[in-house]
Design a binder for this molecule. Structure first.
Ligand code: NAP
Length: 250
């Protein structure tokens, strides 16, 4: 029987998700690389992991769509084996905007992509991991944001509120499944150099804000990946329902 651990990482073709996929593969996990649209980035990452002797698959799925999520988990079951770790990482950002200019469509889209997706992916993971359902336990790591604490005034309070919901989901779910062999924790990145800031209409946002970050720089996707890996690994075996800030001191 193959005893290799399996991790499913949502939004893993680029940015923090891709760095996390590289790290788990280097630690001998079989990796499911989920992406939504950027097939080239996901394929290039899979090629890179495979060339180093790692085992991975790429699966296109919109994690905001329930039927896509079900297919994503079933594909992982069939092609890689029983799930050990879920990293809820996929997220979106919309251009900086005052509340007065936010439509209901924008807010709903933010909540479906950043919150509903984490709920339904966690549901599928719990069905597979929980000892209550015959599973072997596991770990869920939610990627939230320092924005959950700051509220992101004058930038995007809809995004910040979506991440606040993830902090609450982390706490509630962690306590609900703690006795069922599953740990649930949260990594909260601060200003990280990725493409996401271009989606927010401010591609050089991290560089611009470097002077107000106590460590005087933004963070890298690799630094966030290390925090996610630690929260998923047995090294954090007595931690659940916790938040690990990766924010350079903010
Ligand atoms: P990114 O570079 O913009 O990458 C986002 C990834 O999410 C992409 O792979 C994208 O897929 C995927 N994605 C988006 N919506 C999806 C959906 N509905 N279904 C499946 N995949 C979807 O973002 P990042 O900076 O790495 O951010 C990763 C996570 O960290 C997010 O949750 C974000 O909120 C959080 N975070 C980031 C920062 C930061 O400063 N960068 C700070 C705090 C928190 P495609 O490649 O197919 O488009």
């Amino acid at each position: 029987m193959n005893s290799q651990k399996v991790v499913l990482i949502t939004g893993a073709g680029r940015g923090i998700g891709a760095a996390t996929a590289r790290l788990f593969a280097a630690k001998n996990y079989a990796v499911c690389i989920n992406y939504k649209t950027n097939v080239d980035a996901a394929s290039a990452l899979a090629k890179e992991i495979t060339a180093k002797g790692g085992r991975c698959i790429t699966v296109q799925a919109d994690v905001a769509c329930e039927s896509d999520v079900i297919r994503l988990f079933e594909t992982t079951d069939k092609q890689l084996g029983p799930l050990s770790v879920l990293v809820n990482n996929a997220g979106i950002l919309r251009p900086q905007s005052r509340l007065e200019d936010m439509t209901a469509e924008r807010v709903n889209s933010m909540l479906v992509n950043n919150v509903t997706s984490y709920f339904i992916c966690s549901r599928e993971a719990v069905k597979r991991m929980s000892t209550r359902h015959g599973g072997r336990g596991g770990a869920i790591v939610n990627v939230s944001s320092g924005a959950a604490r700051s509220g992101s005034p004058n930038e995007y309070i809809d995004y910040a509120a979506s991440k606040g919901a993830i902090d609450t989901l982390t706490k509630g779910l962690a306590l609900k499944v703690a006795a069922e062999g599953i740990r649930v924790n949260c990594a909260r990145p601060g200003f990280i150099y990725t493409d996401m800031h271009a989606d927010g209409g401010d591609a050089k946002r991290v560089e611009r804000l470097e002077p107000i970050i106590p460590l005087q720089r933004g963070g890298t996707a690799n630094e966030v990946a290390e925090a996610i890996y630690w929260l998923a690994s047995d090294k954090s075996s007595f931690s659940t329902g916790n938040y690990l800030d990766v924010t350079g001191g903010i």
